[in-house]
Design a protein around this ligand. Structure first.
Ligand SMILES: Cc1ncc(C[n+]2csc(CCOP(=O)(O)OP(=O)(O)O)c2C)c(N)n1
Length: 548
């Protein structure tokens, strides 16, 4: 290191950690202040680069950081206390891991001298590091002040390297506070990145050129490949997206199949394709009707994660590498049969019509959301019937990182995710949807939204209980309903007590006017949908897609 950069002043270790996070591009941190993390928050406040947002719980804080990272494409930070605080974050870390969100989770620990001794020290947690390793991508402890910079830089590098994901750093409170020589941040380490093998790219190009019915499947791993994917679509290659890949290709493009892989017309096209390039996608169970969707024999899998070779489906060719680099190395085919591209437009139109029919009495709600959601607005969904039936696929998205939902299927994360999305999207509109059950899992974060003035229009689908589960009880338990009816607060009064506007509608046709009102509010506004009054969906959704 350049000795002229060493400042002889001393600073707490927490400052070195925060400085490295700033240098890595972190600008937002979410958390709950505690005895065991105050040096981190104090450092952020003094340094004035990272904005700290106080959540009402650690789960919400991680959900916020997760969505903020997904929407901004930058790393974010979540801060918790040790013990219960870190434990509260675990479920949300599972979701951030599932979605590949680069969240750096800072958590405290009890004094170094008492660590791992089991004496019942206040906030002591048994095997906290093992828990955090299990629920995220990795976790480290800073055991000595000298390790602070190296551990932080390695954590950031791990979070950002494909497959990206949350990492935790645990620091004993006395180490956070220990004073060390002040120094400038060293800055981020290079990410692990693989340059694709040229011979394999050539082979893929040969297959694609020979194909009569080429197709591309894009997942979230392709989010930085917008022009590359567009070039294939412009050449007439149909492009289907997983939910995480929505908007990478503008869903208004004539070759876009959007995220309709599960619709019969699009599923049939995928089965008929004779060369499918899968870029940066897990091909997850929910995207493939639990792996029963037929893929062609010639699947070329491009992924920056070496572990994805053959994951879920066999592939005829695996190309390890950055998505954009690999796509640039594969010649765009010429002379794609216009009838094949035209079939994509037809299949997508059928899939959209199919989805609208499934929405039943709620169809007008789809149009109302489309009307108030600008192209760069963010569409956030909790796991509710409306999301599974239409929200995962409609309305159309035209830019990546504008559609967020809990990819692991856990309810109750949508409100906090909407807040995280709003924090990193000043001037943009966030529209969110949640069931009453999901909303009541973490309603404390409504106060966070109100305090922040977060610009969120929340559609609250109130059916007085757990609708998805009632449908599963109908389908698999001979209609024996139980444990699914919920006593809810008076949502108008609850919202009003926080200065949040609220309107209730009893028909889907009223949604347009109500949502127009909601997005005209300066901060958060709730449109509650009285589902008993609106009526039924056109299809009963009863849990994740089953094997045929
Ligand atoms: C964290 C978590 N707990 C439990 C479940 C099981 N679960 C799936 S859907 C659902 C009901 C959600 O109810 P609500 O948010 O009101 O939406 P609705 O199903 O009524 O549309 C439940 C409890 C889950 N997915 N995640």
């Amino acid at each position: 290191m350049d000795s002229s950069r060493i400042d002889t002043n001393t600073v707490p270790v927490a400052d070195l950690v925060v400085a490295e996070l700033e240098a890595a591009g972190v600008r937002e941190a979410f958390g709950v202040i505690s005895l065991h993390n105050m040096p981190f928050l104090d450092a952020m406040r003094r340094r004035g680069v990272i904005r700290f947002i106080t959540a009402r719980g650690e789960a919400g804080a991680v959900n916020m950081a997760d969505a903020a990272a997904r929407v901004s494409g930058r790393p974010t930070v979540a801060v918790t206390s040790t013990g219960t605080g870190a434990g509260n974050a675990a479920g949300a870390l599972v979701e951030a891991y599932t979605a590949g969100a680069p969240v750096i989770h800072l958590t405290g620990q009890i004094d170094n001298a008492y660590l791992d001794r089991g004496w019942g020290f206040i906030h002591e947690a048994k095997d906290q590091l093992a828990m955090l390793r299990a629920v995220g991508k990795d976790a480290w402890r800073i055991s000595h002040p000298d390790e602070a910079v190296a551990v932080t830089r390695n954590a950031v590098r791990t979070a950002l390297s494909a497959p990206s994901g949350p990492v935790s750093i645990e620091v004993a409170i006395d180490i956070q506070r220990a004073r060390v020589a002040s120094r400038a941040a060293l800055g981020p380490l290079p990410r692990v990145a693989f340059t694709p093998d040229e011979a394999l790219l050539d082979l893929a190009a040969t297959w694609l050129a020979a194909a009569q019915r080429p197709m591309i499947w894009v997942g979230g791993g392709a989010q930085w490949s917008v022009p590359e994917i567009r070039a294939f679509a412009d050449a007439g290659v149909p492009v289907v997206a997983s939910t995480a890949g929505r908007g990478i290709l503008d869903e208004n493009h004539p070759a876009s199949l959007a995220a309709f892989a599960q619709s019969p017309s699009v599923g049939a096209m995928i089965a008929d394709s004779d060369c499918l390039i899968v870029v940066g996608s897990h091909l997850r169970s929910n995207e493939t009707r639990t792996y029963t969707l037929s893929l062609p024999e010639r699947v070329v899998r491009i992924d920056a994660d070496p572990g994805s070779d053959g994951r879920g489906y066999p592939n005829a060719l695996f190309i390890l590498g950055d998505a954009a680099l690999a796509l640039r190395g594969i010649a765009v085919p010429v002379g794609v049969d216009p009838a094949w591209t035209a079939r994509a437009a037809d299949a997508r139109a059928k899939a959209e019509a199919h989805t609208r029919t499934a929405a039943g009495a709620y169809e007008a709600l789809i149009d109302a959301v489309a009307m108030v959601l600008p192209e760069d607005g963010i569409w956030v969904r909790d796991i509710t019937l409306s999301n599974s039936i239409w929200g995962n696929r409609l309305p159309r998205r035209v830019v990546p990182r504008t559609a967020i939902h809990a990819m692991g299927g856990g309810i109750g994360q949508g409100l906090a995710q909407a807040i995280g999305a709003a924090v990193v999207s000043p001037g943009k509109q966030v529209v969110a949807i949640s069931g009453d059950g999901g909303f009541m899992l973490n309603p404390g974060e409504l106060a966070t939204a109100a305090q922040l003035g977060a610009k969120i229009a929340l559609i609250l689908m109130n059916d007085g209980g757990y609708g998805v589960i009632r449908n599963i009880q109908d389908a698999e338990y001979d209609g024996r309903h139980g444990d699914t009816d919920l006593l809810n607060p008076d949502f108008a009064a609850f919202a009003g007590s926080l200065g949040i506007g609220h309107r209730k509608i009893g028909t889907a046709e009223d949604a347009a006017e109500a949502l127009r009102w909601a997005v005209a509010q300066p901060g958060m506004a709730i449109v509650e949908v009285d589902m008993a009054s609106v009526g039924r969906f056109g299809a009963a959704f009863a849990g994740p897609p089953k094997k045929a």
